[in-house]
Write a new protein. Structure first.
Lengths: 179, 557
């Protein structure tokens, strides 16, 4: 990784039409920037989708990528942020062997220590869930993995909301609709 | 048909096929009799339809339209779509598609057009049902022509073509997620004006944006008030007339010598509707580092893309130029402007004179272009193909009238010239269209001679034949140890080809016959092919080798 790269988070708002995701990711591909994580969901505004994308980049590059994305006709707004400007969460799911969990009480203690929750238990497996920052979720995986009890593990993409006090996308759309 | 009519379409360049047959059947009635409202120009290859639409759009300012079938019909248009994207040319390509029930089944002549076109078009959309036609067509034209123009692709499945609905016109003139004309930032304009008012050596770089914004007069007022010399990009050549006292020539790799060197001396560089292409800037690490950069562009994503700006003014130049003009002081830069003269003189003696007035040897491209420019009417439109013919033509042609140049700048599409020239004759029927081509590019869309024949399209074709892919050959000679790898070409008898298509033809071998032959070409009604036997291994000069500093421009090899 180059020295001046950072993990940036892009928040992109688009109309809910087919093919936008393709157009957005193509901007990254063209510049050979890997997407670290990607989450797409409906936003608080009806008919508007929100994309949360993270990528390692320098600021110049991420600025160009953001503008190229915003240029797409059906993209409403695209902005990039650093972690200090956002409230960020990810989720981890851990499928553990119930036999091993029962055999070693240290496993349950670890789950509690990491503030994770056990959401389902049956004779074969136990599902543990944790939300938090990337590092915490990975750390829990490493801790559990040390007990050799993990059957499956997955981590979600990042979701984020801005720490700013103004809702810029709603304001932008309001202004546009006035015309 | 009614949707196209509502958008003011008059000319359609197209080629029928299976998936677009219902539309062609409807077109039959709209191209004849009392319902007639369109001319349909049957091209000979779909690539030709897109370039013709580009040529039409470039000279008329209207949206060019191409109508083709699915599968190979539309894959043939991709080069033209990409060309229009890079050169900001408004065209709408409407393509047939298999019925939506057959989509994704590898049906006959099915391709994922929306997917293919996405990275090379401004917008691509599939019209899945007839009730979407009015909205989608109107939106397509709105997007193609507004803001920074570009190509729009409509994928039109057969079921949507045959479904019957009650016609309900829809006019799209607003898309909430798309801001074609950004609001002018007055603070940025003030800062730009400050820089210009304090500049000792200002230099303006003019791009096609001035033509697209129809701001040629606003540009003149701006330049004249502050007495700023201006270079033009290849696509911006006719934005400022050649004979304007502040015009200092063409930018770029094969542009004029003085302006390339002066980019490294100016203290304020004002870029207007241009995108700092690598063919203009050469090595970005050294480009205009001494200067404060002002960039006026309608497309925010162009700002800081290649050259970092001091002040960016993101707006239509029709609006930003007058705003800037009102804030700048009347000024004079005689000394600065005079400093261009000795460099111009050097280029004139070393390059221009030998190119346009050679005393002996075979014909040169420069002299052919110069001779045509001397005899052609002032409002003649220059169309070029790509390669040496393009560089010589753009260098030595004279521009007096706005929207006078069609050339493939960004994509550099060989084969662009002939079909684009056809489109130009329909876009500006009252003007002469001169199309310069090399023997390579002439053969890349040679089938369009059929279109020219059928339409009697008055394209004056100047075929500058040097039996080489001359530009590549020049690079091989300069940078690849003279290893001429597959650039020598065996040519057909062009006279026989012209005869086959019934197009008047004249060959010129000797210098003394050139002027009369041009006279004959220009005075002949309809199309004409003038074949000039050009010196085989001539080079376009001056030249900045690719990736080099612009002030390392060479006047000789």
């Amino acid at each position: 990784m180059k020295e001046n790269t950072k993990l940036y988070t892009l928040l992109v708002y688009s109309e809910n039409v087919a093919g936008i995701l393709n157009q957005i990711t193509a901007v990254f591909t063209r510049r050979q920037v890997n997407i670290e994580s990607l989450n797409v969901s409906a936003s608080s505004i009806p008919g508007v989708h929100k994309y949360t994308i993270t990528a390692w980049s320098d600021e110049d590059q991420i600025n160009k990528i953001t503008r190229q994305i915003e240029k797409k006709i059906d993209v409403i707004k695209a902005n990039y942020f650093t972690d200090d400007q956002l409230f960020i969460r990810e989720a981890g799911l851990y499928k553990l062997s119930t036999d091993k969990v029962l055999a070693n009480p240290e496993i349950s203690r670890t789950v509690r220590r990491y503030d994770a929750t056990i959401t389902e238990v049956n004779p074969t497996y136990t599902i543990v869930m944790k939300s938090g920052q990337t590092d915490d979720i990975i750390e829990l995986f490493r801790a559990l993995d040390a007990f050799d009890c993990v059957l499956q593990y997955t981590r979600s993409g990042r979701i984020a909301v801005t720490r700013g006090t103004q809702e810029q996308v709603s304001a932008f759309l309001e202004e546009r609709e006035k015309k | 048909m009614r949707a196209l009519q509502a958008e003011g379409v008059k000319t359609i360049f197209g080629y029928p096929g299976g998936s677009i047959m219902p539309t062609y059947d409807a077109l039959y009635d709209y191209t004849r009799g009392e319902k007639k409202c369109f001319d349909h120009i049957l091209v000979r290859h779909e690539q030709g339809a897109t370039h013709a639409a580009e040529g039409y759009a470039r000279v008329s300012g209207q949206v060019g339209v191409a109508l083709v079938t699915s599968g190979p019909g539309v894959t043939n248009t991709l080069t033209g779509i990409a060309d229009a994207m890079l050169d900001s040319t408004p065209i709408v390509v409407i393509a047939g598609q298999v019925p939506i029930t057959a989509l994704g089944t590898d049906a006959f002549q099915e391709v994922d057009l929306v997917g293919l076109a996405q990275p090379i078009s401004k917008w691509s959309y599939q019209i899945r049902h007839a009730e979407d036609v009015a909205w989608a067509v109107s939106r397509a034209f709105y997007i193609a022509r507004t803001g920074r123009p570009g190509p729009v692709v409509l994928d039109f499945p057969k079921n949507a073509q045959v479904e019957e609905i009650d016609w309900e016109p829809k006019k799209v003139d607003f898309v909430r997620s798309y801001v074609p004309y950004p609001k002018l930032d007055n603070e940025a304009v003030r800062q730009a004006a400050d820089l210009i008012n304090n500049a000792k050596r200002p230099l303006a770089l003019i791009g096609q944006g001035v033509e697209l914004g129809n701001a040629q007069e606003e540009l003149k007022a701006f330049l004249e008030k502050a007495d700023i010399p201006a270079g033009r990009t290849m696509l911006g050549l006719s934005a400022l007339p050649s004979n304007h006292p502040l015009n200092v020539g063409m930018l770029g790799m094969h542009g004029n010598y003085a302006v390339n060197l002066k980019e490294q001396e100016c203290d304020v560089l004002i870029a207007i509707g241009m995108r700092f292409s690598d063919r203009v800037t050469g090595n970005l690490k050294t480009y205009a580092k001494q200067a404060k950069i002002i960039h006026l562009d309608i497309d925010r994503s162009e700002i800081d893309k290649n050259v970092k700006t001091t002040v960016a003014v993101v707006a239509d130049c029709k609006e930003s130029l007058p705003a800037l003009t009102s804030l700048i002081n009347k000024n004079h830069h005689e000394e600065w402007r005079a400093s261009f003269k000795s460099l111009d003189e050097k280029e004139r003696t070393k390059v221009i004179e030998p190119a346009i007035h050679p005393k002996e040897g075979p014909l040169l491209m420069g002299e052919v272009v110069h001779a045509v420019a001397e005899q052609a009417a002032d409002d003649t439109i220059l169309v070029t193909d790509v390669g040496q013919n393009q560089l010589f033509a753009t260098r030595y042609f004279k521009y007096h009238h706005k929207r006078s140049i069609c050339t493939s700048g960004g994509l550099g599409t060989m084969g662009y010239g002939m079909p684009a020239a056809i489109g130009a004759t329909f876009g500006a029927p009252e003007r002469t269209v001169c199309c310069f081509m090399g023997d390579g590019g002439f053969q890349m869309n040679i089938q369009e001679l059929g279109t020219i024949m059928e339409q009697k399209a008055p394209v004056k074709m100047i075929l500058m034949n040097n039996n080489y892919l001359g530009n590549v050959r020049q690079w091989q000679d300069m940078f690849w140890l003279r290893r001429k790898s597959f650039t020598k070409m065996m040519n057909p008898c062009y006279e026989a080809i012209a005869q086959g298509y019934g197009i008047p033809y004249q060959a010129v071998v000797d210098r003394q016959d050139l002027s009369a032959a041009i006279q004959k070409m220009l005075s002949t009604d309809g199309p004409f092919i003038l074949e000039c036997a050009i010196m085989e291994e001539d080079n376009v000069l001056p030249m900045t080798p690719p990736g080099m500093d612009v002030d390392k421009m060479q006047l000789e090899v």
